[in-house]
Design a protein around this ligand. Sequence first.
Ligand code: NCC
Length: 276
Amino acid sequence: NAKLSPEQLLCQLRDRVNVTMIQRSDGPFGTSEWQQYLPGKSLSEAVGHLGCCAVVSSAGSLKSSRLGQEIDSHDAVLRFNGAPVRGFQDDVGQKTTIRLVNSQLVTVEEQQFLREPLYNTGILIVWDPAPYHAEIREWYRKPDYNFFESYKAYRRAHPEQPFYILNPKMQWQLWDILQENSLEHIQPNPPSSGMLGIVLMMTLCDQVDVYEFLPSKRQTDICHYYQKFHDHACTMGAYHPLLFEKNLVKHMNQGTDEDIYTHGKVTLPGFRKVHC
Ligand code: NCC
């Protein structure tokens, strides 16, 4: 499963995955109505220059990890979907700089998304599965979940909180690299929020420490650290090509296997630190 060296792989990711947020210049978002909703500042302006960043997966293996302090010592922390910090600080920390959420959560769990104070901290980014290499216009007409009205409602309720829409082109640019670097055929579904978030942070930070994406010795069938629900697919993948994502991340790890085993921790360089 190692067609490219780790260095070559990092260069491919840096040069072929275009991580951008939807802007006014993106076709259907050029209307005067959308002008009021899309944030005025770019994401990089909103976060500034970030040194060391942490990506916190939602895996059950974070439970009893006591990684909270280490996670909070980073300049920025990325979390996913409805992953809480209240009541779990010892294991996952309390800082949330960016929260990446999927469009299903924003649409289907709309009432909770609009009401739950958990979402009011940090910068929000929503992503939606798009058809393979679709143009923005085509995706806009047929999103996987029609989250746009819920996005607008949230923006009206919280106009000061930065809230971006991830440009969907990135998911398939990343998927292509996953496919090219695995021997098996991968189902054509977009990468998980976790994998998208890792690459997002590699564009913003000098270094990215990822926690419990590659499971530690605490590996468990419990899906999330914040729920009692058991499902092996959460760690291994069903819809998302999670196993392939994890293989790719393992291949690029600049930390030690010991750190994976004890802390579930992988260290990746930011793209600014990658020289091709
Ligand atoms: O579970 P989820 O993911 O929110 O987890 C966020 C990311 O953490 C990594 N993870 C999670 C659990 C685990 N045991 N091991 C892990 O490595 C994954 O990288 C994952 O992406 C998603 O990717 O958006 C997902 O969202 C949930 C769900 O929609 C949200 O939690 C909102 O309720 C999906 N679950 C279902 O639809 C039932 C999940 O498949 C993917």
